[in-house]
Design a binder for this molecule. Structure first.
Ligand code: 5GP
Length: 179
């Protein structure tokens, strides 16, 4: 078992790159099957989903488009739990099938809010593809169409996910070691 140190926290290997890529390929197969005729627009939520988005796209064989967005906190007035604003979506999604590509759904509050924002723009359908879900932490009734892996409640880093800006570059996913 490999351990890494990021700032004040130690982490240990939790999900290997091999396992991640296998599950990402499975999700891509499901999307290829479900949305073959839909010309979906993938909306990738930065920063955390960049690796997932990249590996997912490599396995998609259907006609599709991609856009990258961010959820930005209002400057200066926001602490955690504050509503975030969607920035960077320049596409007209009216009548389109949209697939949100997210790194992790924890309480689901971020995703619920993003769904509301996108649905207000009159798409035909909005689906969710999440690399990771913590089912025991979900606070809202959310249907997540495509899930690569369900995980326990512990804090994780790697494969795009960070701890205080660090750790996104690791190929595997690591879980925190509680001292
Ligand atoms: P939610 O609104 O579902 O509670 O939170 C979703 C966001 O919280 C994710 O997009 C991610 O930025 C962050 N998050 C939740 N759990 C973790 C975790 O275990 N590790 C990291 N790095 N970020 C997390």
């Amino acid at each position: 078992m490999e351990t890494i140190q990021i700032k004040d926290k130690r982490f240990k290997t939790f999900i290997s790159e091999e396992q991640i890529l296998k599950e990402v390929a499975r999700v891509a197969d499901e999307i290829n099957r479900d949305l073959a005729d839909a010309n979906p627009l993938f909306v990738s939520v930065l920063n955390g989903s960049f690796m997932f988005t990249s590996d997912l796209m490599k396995h998609l064989t259907i006609p599709c488009e991609i856009s990258f967005v961010k959820l930005a906190s209002y400057q200066g007035t926001c602490t955690s739990g504050c509503v975030k604003e969607l920035v960077g979506l320049n596409n007209d999604i009216t009548g389109r099938t949209v697939v949100i590509v997210e790194d992790i759904v924890d309480t689901g509050l971020t995703m619920e809010r993003l769904l509301e924002t996108l649905k207000a723009k009159n798409p035909k359908d909005v689906r969710i593809a999440s690399l990771l879900v913590k089912p025991d932490k979900l606070k809202v009734d959310l249907h997540i169409d495509y899930v690569a892996m369900n995980i326990p409640n512990d804090f994780i880093v790697g494969y795009g996910l960070d701890y205080d800006g660090l750790g996104r570059n690791y190929r595997d996913i690591y879980t925190v070691i509680e001292d």
